[in-house]
Design a binder for this molecule. Structure first.
Ligand SMILES: NC(=O)c1ccc[n+]([C@@H]2O[C@H](COP(=O)([O-])OP(=O)(O)OC[C@H]3O[C@@H](n4cnc5c(N)ncnc54)[C@H](OP(=O)(O)O)[C@@H]3O)[C@@H](O)[C@H]2O)c1
Length: 261
């Protein structure tokens, strides 16, 4: 049961309009990222100003995605609804890892990131975390616990878990490479790297498509669109970079989707 005396809630019309604008904004962002690589890691041209250590950058940038939905969840006593509790735990299974565990696993030699990029990521997570808090816990599209036995939830949960497993497995392989050879990049091998250059991005995209399906929420759909807007161009850029950098790069390996592109 939800508390009956909630008086301060985001207006639904405003929230819907804002979410659609936010979702559509992913299109021009994707177009820009086809021409300008997000300036971190190997694609940092060194002209984006002050740098911050990658571990601290990821921690600061991603923490709002843990804390803001948690604030909404507590405010709305989400634990009293099985659907809200399930969505909350699934969300946090990703974000506690991304914000607080992944940074600890980064190699000391990971490229520092521009402060400006960290601030952009932080702003994104403030909006994305707030939209999820609002759509999942204040204006929930789904509240009937029968949803948890339906095909959308089950298929979405399988995609989310599979995508997350692929993302974590591929990230670990990359981080091991970085630790073994801190001064340079190497050709990643094993796992889905046999077929694509960026299985970590593929896993992330599948994960958030699954999330959009399992929550059936406008915020989930917008986040899946933003994830693709960020990671499809970046996967293509990484792939091009590998092929230019390593003459012996596996010729049959695609950028993101096995056998396709
Ligand atoms: N949902 C979203 O919109 C979104 C957006 C961006 C990222 N992410 C997620 O955030 C995570 C990190 O993203 P990212 O763009 O930083 O991934 P990345 O470019 O693959 O780098 C991940 C880490 O592995 C190192 N690395 C990568 N390739 C390497 C190689 N060939 N040899 C040695 N070390 C290598 C990188 O070092 P350097 O830092 O020195 O390059 C970095 O420390 C990913 O899981 C991604 O899915 C999500």
């Amino acid at each position: 049961m939800l508390p009956e005396t909630v008086t301060v809630t985001p207006d639904l019309d405003w929230l819907t309009a804002f979410t659609w604008v936010w979702l559509l904004l992913a299109l021009p962002i994707a177009a820009c990222l086809c021409f300008i690589n997000a300036p971190y890691g190997r694609h940092n041209p060194g002209t984006w100003g002050a740098l911050i250590h990658a571990r601290l950058g990821w921690l600061l940038m991603e923490s709002p995605a843990v804390l803001i939905p948690a604030g909404f969840f507590v405010w709305m006593r989400g634990w009293e609804s099985p659907v809200m509790l399930t969505f909350f735990l699934i969300w946090q299974s990703h974000y506690v890892y991304r914000a607080w565990i992944y940074p600890l696993h980064l190699a000391k030699a990971s490229s520092p990131m521009p402060v400006l990029l960290m601030l952009m990521g932080l702003a994104f997570n403030l909006v994305n975390g707030s939209l999820h808090g609002a759509w999942l816990f204040v204006h929930p599209v789904i509240s009937d616990s029968e949803w948890l036995g339906g095909w959308q939830f089950i298929a979405g949960a399988v995609m989310f878990a599979g995508g997350m497993a692929l993302n974590i497995d591929s990230s670990r392989r990359l981080l091991r490479l970085k630790k073994a050879n801190p001064d340079d990049y190497s050709i990643p091998r094993g796992g889905l790297f046999r077929w694509v250059s960026c299985p970590n991005y593929l896993g992330e995209i599948v994960e958030w498509l699954g999330w959009a399906l399992l929550t059936w929420s406008p915020a989930g759909l917008a986040f899946a669109a933003w994830t693709m807007a960020n990671l499809v161009p970046r996967a293509r850029a990484h792939h091009r970079w590998y092929r230019e950098r390593f003459p012996d790069y596996p010729a049959r390996r695609k950028a993101l989707v096995p056998g396709l592109f």
